[in-house]
Design a protein around this ligand. Structure first.
Ligand SMILES: Cc1cc2nc3c(=O)[nH]c(=O)nc-3n(C[C@H](O)[C@H](O)[C@H](O)COP(=O)(O)OP(=O)(O)OC[C@H]3O[C@@H](n4cnc5c(N)ncnc54)[C@H](O)[C@@H]3O)c2cc1C
Length: 464
């Protein structure tokens, strides 16, 4: 462990804020520095959220938008685990890890709270239990699997009267995540029809529910209207000034009393800061920690916060910066420099940044973008979206893989393979139930012949 002279910096959260702070420490720490930096994250990878909808819509391979944290960091240590308790008074964090979830205590001199946000269902009935979310890699893979499952189920004759109900997908929230998700899903479902002979365009209903009058309000009226018209022309139903009030067996209910019969609701209409932060004895507003413009948590020397879980004030306006990746990345660089200035005795700098622009991909090689105050739409905006985000995706290997996926996309149709992670043991169990004689067989014995009408499962290598 560290000696008495070592200063320990602990970063909680490996999203944009945490990982970019760690990368900045990698750059700034000198060999002779007696500073130990450790990053804790519950996934062993860094997720590039702006491309998440492309995984759900089968445009990109599932691992191409994530980077293993160990390949990003050399000097900074990494702990793959869950933060369970934060004790600011004792300067101690309790983390759990491994399959049996045993615990460790980590101590710090400087703590960076960068644990982002979680989905907020606002207590609406049925949502927490049934609605899908779009925040993690798991969410995107699950959604992709679910869409393929719906297509497979709807195509068979037993679903004759149920097809339209099965193939109705509702997305709640007309912000970036909601619009990009619905555009991707709409393209995916309609392009897949070619392989499902009993399904047609008329069976698919894709509905976007948005509380405002125009979608993508952050991009202003002309781009919001453009996106709305483009999506509507591609048969996306957009319900503006509408709110979801619940989700049950009957479907999704709206505030005006309408019910949309569906099994699929994707909720992108609310986030709240990480609940672990709610128990901290720190000042916060709507769960986001109050920090000064240097990102020091009010009243807690040595504790810093940034990204989606903090309210970092803009020194020019006094208002907090928006919770976006581009802000989290820049805040991360400033916080790392400010911590080093505190340790080494230097001047701290306030965080200052003017939003460069915002972009959204809205499907079929079209997009909308506002960059340095200029509006772009259509193919050029889509091209800008791809070029800018590809350049931001960390590591050449992943950039190359994504660029390759996009190139192959020009030649081949979208993949329809479901990605299951369950063990094949379920099959042996079913076989044992049907054929008890195999229950006592020696583990090395030849497997029993398949039962009539039962197929043998092929392993990944094709061997029986
Ligand atoms: C679908 C989607 C699309 C987006 N598109 C864009 C975009 O195009 N442009 C843009 O600027 N922004 C975009 N955003 C917003 C952007 O992703 C966030 O603003 C950004 O991720 C905030 O960074 P963060 O580090 O504060 O939080 P996060 O990136 O959420 O990171 C928090 C990290 O903390 C970890 N963590 C949480 N709890 C624990 C725990 N108990 N123990 C251990 N680890 C924990 C999480 O696993 C995660 O890795 C998008 C967001 C989503 C969901």
């Amino acid at each position: 462990m560290s000696d008495a002279k070592t200063t320990r910096v602990l970063i909680l959260g490996g999203g944009f804020a945490g990982v970019y702070a760690a990368l900045e420490f990698e750059k700034l720490l000198r060999r002779d520095d007696n500073i130990e930096v450790m990053l804790v994250n519950k996934d062993n990878f860094f997720l590039f959220t702006p491309m998440l909808h492309e995984v759900a819509a089968s445009d990109l391979d599932i691992t191409h938008i994530v980077n293993p944290i160990r390949k990003l960091l050399r000097r900074v240590k990494f702990f793959h685990g869950d933060v369970e308790q934060i004790d600011l008074r004792a300067r101690r964090i309790v983390v759990s890890h491994s399959e049996e979830h045993h615990h460790h205590e980590l101590e710090y001199d400087h703590l960076i709270l960068a644990m982002g946000s979680v989905t907020n269902f606002f207590g609406l009935p049925g949502l927490e239990q049934r609605a899908r979310t779009m925040k993690s890699l798991g969410d995107a893979i699950e959604l992709r699997n679910h869409l393929i499952e719906l297509l497979e189920a709807a195509d068979f004759e037993c679903a004759l009267g149920e097809r339209n109900h099965l193939l109705t997908v509702v997305v709640a929230g007309g912000g970036f995540a909601g619009v990009e998700t619905i555009a991707g899903i709409n393209d995916f479902l309609r392009e897949a029809l070619e392989f499902y002979p009993h399904l047609s365009d008329a069976n698919i209903r894709v509905v976007l529910v948005h509380p405002g009058e125009l979608i993508l309000p952050e991009l202003g009226e002309p781009l919001g209207r453009y996106a709305q018209e483009k999506l509507a022309a591609r048969n996306v139903e957009i319900l503006t000034s509408a709110r979801v009030t619940g989700f049950s067996d009957e479907g999704v209910t709206l505030k005006d009393g309408r019910t949309i019969r569906t099994r699929t609701l994707i909720w992108t209409a609310g986030t709240s800061p990480n609940p672990l932060l709610a128990n901290l004895p720190c000042r916060s507003e709507k769960g986001r920690l109050t920090v000064d413009s240097h990102m020091r948590v009010t009243d807690w020397p040595g504790v810093w916060s940034l990204g989606d879980c903090a309210l970092v004030p803009d020194p020019k306006t006094g208002k907090p910066f928006p919770p976006t990746a581009q802000h989290a990345i820049r805040q991360a660089r400033t916080v790392a420099r400010n911590i080093l200035a505190t340790i080494r005795g230097g001047a701290l700098k306030p965080f200052q940044f003017a939003t460069l622009g915002q972009l959204a991909a809205i499907g079929r090689r079209t997009g909308v973008a506002n960059i340095f105050g200029f509006n772009f739409s259509g193919f050029i905006a889509w091209w800008l979206w791809r070029t800018i985000y590809l350049s931001k995706l960390p590591r050449f290997e992943k950039k190359f893989r994504v660029a390759l996926d996009w190139t192959l996309d020009l030649l081949f149709s979208k993949d329809l393979v479901q990605f299951h992670t369950g063990r094949t043991a379920a099959l042996s169990h079913a076989q044992e139930q049907l054929n008890p004689s195999t229950q006592t067989a020696h583990p090395m014995a030849e497997p029993a012949s398949p039962l009539p009408g039962q197929r043998r499962e092929l392993s990944a290598t094709g061997a029986v």
